[in-house]
Each structure stands twice: as structure tokens, then as C-alpha cells.
Design a binder for this molecule. Structure first.
Ligand code: GUN
Length: 311
């Protein structure tokens, strides 16, 4: 058996096309949606992600601005920057790229973002909206995974879903969104007893632990849908050969770059055992940005409808 590939690039393109139509309508009505991205310091991976977000805005006709404070910025100064963006009526969405430098308390910063401009859904008020099933922005990666499953017509209702990883950005909101789809949800993590056995219960297995090829054959039930959120850089040639035996394309790219990307799931095991699998790259990754664009446009639509004069 060989797993069906869940093509995140195709679904992301579909979502982006739909968002593009909404951007066009907003611009016709005289409002161009605008996203402000705050990137503190010079984390290389964050810089790549932010570049992707800004590029996606440009492609869809969304205005964007980047605020790029130095890594040693004081918390009070970062507060001033966010207060300025909160107060600026032209800005619909604010995103503070994580992780922040260690001397800044990220929780304190996330609570400072106007919940109505919070396009990541990280503000505690919006976390509460998610928990209570109330409308509000949903964190982009888990929301993108739900779209990926829906648009591939993968049933969630009544299914056993196991989410491995309990981060605020992916694991926890993923579990809540699957619950909202009426799945039976288990959250597993590094301390879970007999993790592989818990994973084998899953009809839908979501891996978000940030460890290269962490879940192997013993964690995948035959016929499961496996969603791999991991994005790890593999630099060890022996591990590369173990995870991608006979993959000449990867081997050539590895020789060129000295590394290759791998998710949290052993790709050979997933291809062999799963009914469907998200590749890395090209699976979950593109959906995060597509959902960020959708959240930004939704915020802009709220702002436009609110500023209309009452007749
Ligand atoms: N860092 C890793 N993922 C994300 C994300 O979805 N949003 C933000 N703001 N930072 C991140």
C-alpha cells in the first residue's frame, strides 16, 4: 500500500484564490487590508517565515508592513510599538513572530495585541473563544490542517484523533478544533506512557513535536491519516540515508545544501502504512500562510462593516 499524498500546496493555492476574491471586493469598497508583522531580532528561521508571509500579502493585494526591532529591544519599547499598531486604523492585522528573545515575556506581549487585530489567534481572549466554540480567529496551522482534511473529504466526526505535541501554537488548538469537528481527541506528548501504542489508536494522527522522524512504524495504524507538522533540518548523512533510502533527488539536494527537511514522522513508514500523508515540505507548511491571509481579510471585513455609518 502507498499513502495518498495530501497536497498542501494545492489546497493553499485554492484558499489563496478565494481570499484574493475577498481582497478585491474590499479594495473595490475602498479599503485595502493591511497586515503588520513584528519580527524581533535575527532568528534565521523566523526571517524565512516572515518573508513568506510578506510575499503572500503582495501576491494577494494585501498591504503589509514589517517592524524589525533589534534583538535587545526592551519590553516597554515593544509595548509602545504594539500600542501604535493597535491605534492605527489602517492596520487590520498584527502578527508578532515567535519565538521572541528570551528576555521578553511572550505572554505579556501577546496579550498586548488588540484581540480584534490578532490574526494568529494567540490572544487569551481568542484562545477562550476557541475553547468555548465562539467565533474568532483560529491559530493558522491547525486551522489550515482542518481545511486540508475537509477539502480532501476526510471524515473527522467520530474518528479517533491523536495529537502528539501540546504547544499553544499547534498541539492545543489542533486538539480543540478536532473536538469541534466531533472527533474523539487524545493529546499525547513526550511524557505519555507507551506513546506508540497511544498513536496506534489514531484514525487521524497529527505529529507536532519538532523532532526529526520521531514517530515510526510502531506509531502508525495501517490505514491512518497522518498529518506531519514537523519542519526539521536534517544534517546527518547517515540519518538522511535511513529516512530516505534510494531517494536520489533528496540525496542530490542534500549533497548541494548539506541538509534536508524532514517532518516528525518517518516518511517511509508513513508512505507504507498510512492511507494518506502530508509530505514535508509541501504538506502543512503552505497552509499556515494561506490561513494567515484568510484571518487578515476576515479582520479587515469586520473593520469595514463596523466603520460603516448606521443608516
Ligand atoms: N512561530 C512559529 N509559528 C508561528 C505562527 O504561526 N505565528 C507566529 N506569530 N509565530 C510563529
Amino acid at each position: 500500500m502507498s499513502a495518498t499524498i495530501l497536497d498542501g500546496r494545492r489546497i493553499a493555492a485554492e484558499i489563496r484564490a478565494e481570499v484574493g476574491v475577498q481582497v478585491h471586493a474590499l479594495r473595490q469598497s475602498g479599503h485595502q487590508p493591511r497586515l503588520a508583522v513584528v519580527l524581533v531580532g535575527d532568528n534565521a528561521a523566523s526571517a524565512v517565515y516572515v518573508r513568506g508571509k510578506v510575499k503572500a500579502c503582495a501576491e494577494l493585494g494585501i498591504a503589509s508592513e514589517q517592524v524589525l526591532p533589534r534583538a535587545d529591544i526592551r519590553t516597554a519599547e515593544l509595548h509602545r510599538i504594539i500600542a501604535g499598531l493597535n491605534a492605527n486604523p489602517a492596520v487590520d492585522g498584527i502578527l508578532v513572530q515567535l519565538p521572541l528573545p528570551a528576555h521578553i515575556d511572550a505572554r505579556e506581549i501577546l496579550v498586548a495585541v488588540d484581540p480584534d487585530k490578532d490574526v494568529d489567534g494567540f490572544h487569551p481572549l481568542n484562545v477562550g473563544n476557541l475553547v468555548a466554540g465562539r467565533p474568532g480567529p483560529r491559530p493558522c496551522t491547525p486551522a489550515g490542517i482542518i481545511e486540508l482534511l475537509r477539502r480532501h473529504r476526510i471524515a473527522m466526526e467520530g474518528q479517533e484523533a491523536v495529537v502528539v505535541g501540546r504547544s499553544d501554537i499547534v498541539g492545543k488548538p489542533m486538539a480543540l478544533l478536532l473536538l469541534q469537528e466531533n472527533a474523539t481527541v487524545t493529546i499525547a506528548h513526550s511524557r505519555t506512557r507507551d506513546l506508540a501504542a497511544v498513536c496506534r489508536r489514531a484514525d487521524i494522527l497529527v505529529a507536532a513535536v519538532g523532532r526529526p522522524g520521531f514517530l515510526g512504524r510502531d506509531a502508525i495504524r495501517t490505514g491512518a491519516v497522518v498529518v506531519d507538522v514537523g519542519m526539521n533540518r536534517l544534517t546527518d548523512p547517515t540519518a538522511m540515508e535511513r529516512f530516505y533510502p534510494g531517494d536520489e533527488q533528496r540525496r542530490a539536494a542534500f549533497a548541494r545544501n548539506g541538509s534536508t527537511l524532514i517532518g516528525d514522522v518517518d516518511p517511509v513508514a508513513a508512505m507504507e502504512l498510512a492511507a494518506a500523508f502530508t509530505p514535508v515540505p509541501g504538506g502543512v507548511g503552505p497552509l499556515t500562510i494561506a490561513m494567515l491571509m484568510a484571518n487578515t481579510v476576515a479582520a479587515a471585513q469586520r473593520h469595514v462593516s463596523r466603520s460603516k455609518p448606521t443608516p
